[in-house]
Design a protein around this ligand. Structure first.
Ligand SMILES: [Zn+2]
Length: 371
C-alpha cells in the first residue's frame, strides 16, 4: 500500500485534477487486490475510517490547507470523491461475496487436489507396428526400403511381372480398375495395385544390381469382407538381385527372418507353388507357434494350424528370367529372389486377433491394447 495523501502546494485546477486522478487510480488498484473478507475490512478502514481514513485526511490535508480563493474548488472535488470511495468499498465487498459462492472467482479457483489432465500418448497401429518390425529384420540384413504408388498401371501391376493379358493367373487377384478407361491401351489402364510387386519393377528400372530392397505398402482387392479377407490390406515384398544368388540364399534369408520375428525355435519349410514372376516358386510355412508344431494343444487338436503343426505364411521364389527382360537386366548374368507376405496375417498370428476387420474399424478399445 504505497499511496499516501499528498500535501498540496499548488491549488490550481490542473494540479487538483491530477491529485484526484492519482487518488482514484490508487483506489481502483487496491480494490482489485482485495480477495478475502479480511482484506476488505482493512481496505474499508484505510479509506473511510472516521479516524484517519483517507477521506478524513482529505479534509485536513487538502480542504483545511487550501488558501481562501481555492477552497471552493478543493471542496467540490473532495465532496465528489466521498461517494466515489464509498461506492468502491461497497462494490468490492459485493465482488468478493459473490465470488465465494459462485461467479468468476469460484470458476477461476484451482483445486490442487484434483487429478491432473492426462494426455494419452498415441501408439503405432498394430499393422504398422508389425510392418516396422518386419522392415527392421531386413534392414539389419542390409536391405533398404522402397515405396511405390497405390494407383498403378496394368503394365507395372501385371504385364511386367509376367502376367500376360488374358493369363488365368490374373483371375487370382480380383482387381479394382479405375472406371472410364476403355479407350486406353490395356497396359496404360489404371488400377488399385493388387500387390506390392510393381515396386520391384520400378526399383529395378532405376537401380542396377546388386539390389536388396523391401517394399512395404497398402494393396487392394475386390474381396468381400469377412474375418480373414479385407478389400484393403498390407504387404511387404522383398527383392534381392545380384550375380550369383541361389535358392539357398532365399531359404537362409527367410528362415532367419521368421526366427527373428517369431522366436528362434520356429522352423520353416518350403513346398512348390506358382507365381507368374518367380520360377521356381514356393510357399513357406512356419512351425505352429501356438502348439510348437505338435498339432495338439492342451490335449485337443490345435485350431490355429488345423492340427497340422504348420502355418502358411508367405510366398517366394527365384525371379523369373522373363521379368529381367522388362527392366533391361541381363538374365544370363544376374539372378535373384523375391518374397512377399501379408502384414495383417502376421499381426493376426503375433497378437492372436481373430478378425482382420478389427484392424480397420478404428475402435480405440481394440487399438489401445497395443499402446
Ligand atoms: Zn498349432
Amino acid at each position: 500500500m504505497s499511496y499516501t495523501v499528498p500535501k498540496l502546494a499548488d491549488f490550481s485546477a490542473a494540479a487538483l485534477d491530477s491529485a484526484v486522478r492519482e487518488l482514484v487510480s490508487a483506489l481502483e488498484q487496491e480494490s482489485a487486490a482485495v480477495s478475502s473478507e479480511n482484506d476488505w475490512k482493512a481496505f474499508r478502514d484505510r479509506w473511510i475510517a472516521r479516524k484517519n481514513g483517507i477521506l478524513t485526511q482529505l479534509n485536513d490535508l487538502w480542504l483545511k490547507a487550501a488558501p481562501g480563493p481555492n477552497k471552493r474548488d478543493v471542496g467540490q472535488r473532495v465532496n465528489a470523491l466521498k461517494p466515489r470511495v464509498e461506492q468502491a468499498v461497497d462494490a468490492t465487498l459485493a465482488r468478493i461475496q459473490s465470488g465465494v459462492s459462485s461467479g468468476k472467482l469460484a470458476a477461476e479457483r484451482v483445486d490442487i487436489t484434483l487429478p491432473g489432465i492426462r494426455r494419452p500418448l498415441g501408439a503405432e497401429h498394430p499393422v504398422i507396428k508389425t510392418m516396422n518390425e518386419m522392415i527392421g529384420v531386413f534392414r539389419n540384413l542390409g536391405y533398404s526400403v522402397e515405396e511405390g504408388p497405390e494407383i498403378e498401371t496394368d503394365f507395372y501391376n501385371f504385364e511386367a511381372l509376367n502376367f500376360p493379358p488374358n493369363h488365368p493367373a490374373r483371375d487370382t487377384q480380383d482387381t479394382l480398375f479405375i472406371a472410364g478407361q476403355e479407350s486406353k491401351p490395356l497396359r496404360d489402364r489404371l488400377l488399385l495395385r493388387t500387390h506390392t510387386s510393381p515396386v520391384q519393377i520400378r526399383t529395378m528400372q532405376k537401380m542396377k544390381p546388386p539390389v536388396r530392397v523391401v517394399c512395404p505398402g497398402k494393396v487392394h482387392r475386390n474381396d468381400a469382407l469377412d474375418a480373414t479377407h479385407s478389400p484393403i490390406f498390407h504387404q511387404i515384398e522383398g527383392l534381392a538381385v545380384d550375380t550369383s544368388i541361389t535358392f539357398c540364399d532365399l531359404k537362409g534369408t527367410l528362415d532367419h527372418a521368421m526366427k527373428a520375428m517369431f522366436g528362434s525355435s520356429v522352423k520353416t519349410r518350403f513346398y512348390p507353388s506358382f507365381f507368374p514372376f518367380t520360377e521356381p516358386s514356393a510357399d513357406v510355412q512356419i512351425s505352429c507357434i501356438f502348439c510348437d508344431g505338435k498339432g495338439m494343444r492342451d490335449g485337443a487338436p490345435c485350431r490355429n494350424c488345423k492340427a497340422s503343426g504348420w502355418i502358411e505364411l508367405l510366398g517366394c521364389g527365384m525371379v523369373d528370367p522373363n521379368v529381367y527382360g522388362f527392366v533391361d537386366y541381363d538374365p544370363t548374368k544376374v539372378s535373384g529372389f523375391a518374397f512377399g507376405m501379408g502384414v495383417e496375417r502376421i499381426a493376426i498370428l503375433k497378437y492372436g486377433v481373430d478378425d482382420i476387420q478389427l484392424f480397420f474399424q478404428g475402435d480405440v478399445r481394440f487399438l489401445e491394447q497395443f499402446g
